[in-house]
Design a protein around this ligand. Structure first.
Ligand code: ADP
Ligand code: MG
Length: 505
């Protein structure tokens, strides 16, 4: 066995890892050859970060094997992984701002008797070897994001990492810095090290990487031996591709009802202050499902947040049934008929430490009053009926929801949002991470809502789900809507091209 594995710098075999209510990795594999840059691809929630955290000793897998440089490893801590040669470059840098570049690099690993001048000299040599300019004497607080990242990489090299892991490294970089990073990674690969590179930016992936593994819903669904042989379109398709089963058929089209949601010239910034939405114009009518297609990170999250009052647009208007709701608070919006199933179910959607009852009533507690007081009896009754209607399997209603499975959490969330007959439902990744019955149940509810005259905006990374449920498809790329397509008349390849930014003009 060991000889077979000796060919690989990294072999993660059948990795399984579960978190409360979510299966993050469901038997995923990743093999990386020495001297290569290996892209780990997949949509948000596919399990990429969990996989590399298993490799970095942050998580212990529930099942599966970790091999590094031909050795079977059992990491109990990140220190074990570092000792085995795994260098993880975190997205949130873990540097001490007041220390110098050299001090940060050697922190925790400096041979005791080295004088600081010598350390600085060695750090300078190391940075020169990979073309990563970094003045060893400067304090880290003076550095740009790109420079800080270089320090993180140098820190791994100082500890002699043979495998470097970068999780979305260019998210914080300017295009120039990203190109420099690409050159530095190539120099490392040529020196015999391996790099695992996680990114949503497919053009960069193709420019920087040699081979790729694609994860979907915690499983490895494709491997690419030579990235130069595939085009962006097929890569995008592999990421969103088809998952097993559960698809509900949409009943035939109905006469489109009146407009219930409309966005006019909406622009918004992302968390880093860069444009995330650019001149978005779209409408959703009563009794229709509009699907948003796209590789994640192209503005979908910001779109859902702007509509639901969690992010302020910098320009433009959002209206629900002709009422201008731009800038209204999430609480007010619910009262105006807007229901929201966010992609972040536990957190934005539900509060994990609160009970089933409390989570069920947070949106509609005004209706559970007796006089001026909240009536516990009414709350419990409301929760019971919701749990029955949406088939949520729960233990005691007063227990925290944290122990519920993903499917039950999602049914509870959807039930709560739909309890007061909204006119618009925005559902982001509503079936992600659920088992087959869970997927079918959620999709069934979406179709029912459509039949009941609700306008549904469905944001999903699952192209099959979008094709099965949507009346119309809008493709998002780099913050814009780049095309509108009919689900029954559009080949997947056309959607794939549009998702990769190659929509016919
Ligand atoms: N520490 C955690 N606790 C609970 N759930 C988690 C944790 N880490 C990841 N998850 C869940 O596991 C799934 C996979 O997440 P992740 O590995 O971060 O995916 P990716 O990096 O591909 O976006 C997601 O549904 C995520 O919400
Ligand atoms: Mg991640």
């Amino acid at each position: 066995m060991a000889s077979e594995n000796a060919d690989h710098a990294v072999w993660l075999r059948g990795i399984e890892k579960q978190f409360p209510g979510v299966i993050a990795c469901a038997g995923a594999d990743l093999r990386v050859r020495p001297g290569t840059i290996h892209a780990l691809l997949g949509e948000n929630g596919a399990g990429k970060t969990t996989m590399v955290n298993v490799l970095a000793g942050v998580y212990r897998p529930d099942a599966g094997e970790v091999w590094v440089n031909g050795q079977r490893c059992s990491f109990h801590s990140p220190a074990d992984a570092i000792a085995a040669g795994v260098g993880m470059v975190y997205q949130e840098f873990r540097l001490v701002p007041t220390l110098t570049v050299a001090e940060n690099i050697v922190l925790g690993s400096a041979p005791r008797l080295l004088r600081s001048v010598e350390i600085e000299e060695r750090v300078a040599e190391l940075s020169a070897a990979y073309g990563m300019v970094a003045d060893p004497t400067r304090p880290v607080w003076q550095l740009s994001m790109g420079e800080r990242q270089r320090v993180e990489i140098l820190k791994s090299l100082w500890r002699n990492a043979s495998v470097l892991v970068m999780d979305e490294p260019t998210a914080v970089l300017t295009p120039g810095e990203a190109a420099e990073l690409g050159a530095a990674l190539r120099a490392m690969a040529e020196g015999g090290r391996s790099v695992i590179y996680i990114s949503h930016k497919l053009d960069q992936v193709v420019a920087f990487c040699d081979e790729a593994t694609v994860l979907r819903q915690g499983k490895t669904v494709a491997t690419v031996e030579d990235l130069q042989e595939v085009d962006l379109t097929s890569l995008a398709e592999m990421m969103v591709g088809s998952s097993e089963g559960g698809y509900v058929d949409r009943p035939p089209a109905m006469e489109a009802g009146p407009e219930v949601l409309s966005l006019q010239g909406v622009c918004a910034l992302n968390d880093r202050g860069l444009p995330a939405l650019i001149d978005i114009n779209m409408t959703v009518h009563a009794g229709e499902i509009v699907g948003i297609v796209g590789v994640s990170g192209n503005g979908q999250k910001e779109l859902a947040e702007v509509i639901n009052g969690l992010r302020r647009p910098t320009e433009g208007r959002v209206t629900v049934k002709e009422l201008d709701i731009t800038g209204a608070s999430p609480g007010d919006l619910y009262g105006m008929g807007l229901a929201y199933v966010p992609e972040d179910r536990l957190g934005v959607g539900l509060a994990p430490k609160m009970s089933v009852v409390d989570n069920a009533v947070v949106r509609s507690y005004r209706s559970q009053r007796q006089g001026i007081f909240l009536s516990i009896t009414k709350c419990v009754k409301f929760c019971q009926s919701l749990v029955e209607r949406f088939a949520v399997r729960v233990g005691r209603l007063n227990d925290p929801i944290a122990g519920l499975s993903g499917g039950n959490l999602q049914r509870l969330l959807l039930g709560r949002e739909l309890a007061e007959q909204p006119s618009v439902l925005v559902a982001a990744q509503p079936s992600r991470g659920l088992d087959v019955q869970g997927v079918a149940a959620i999709q069934g509810h979406l179709v029912d809502q459509r039949a009941a005259g609700v306008g549904v905006l469905l944001i999903s990374e699952d192209l099959d789900e979008l094709l099965a449920l949507s009346d119309r498809l809008l493709v998002m790329f780099e913050g814009r809507i780049v095309g509108e397509y009919g689900p029954d008349v559009t080949p997947r390849t056309v959607l794939g091209s549009a998702m990769a930014g190659k929509a016919p003009k």
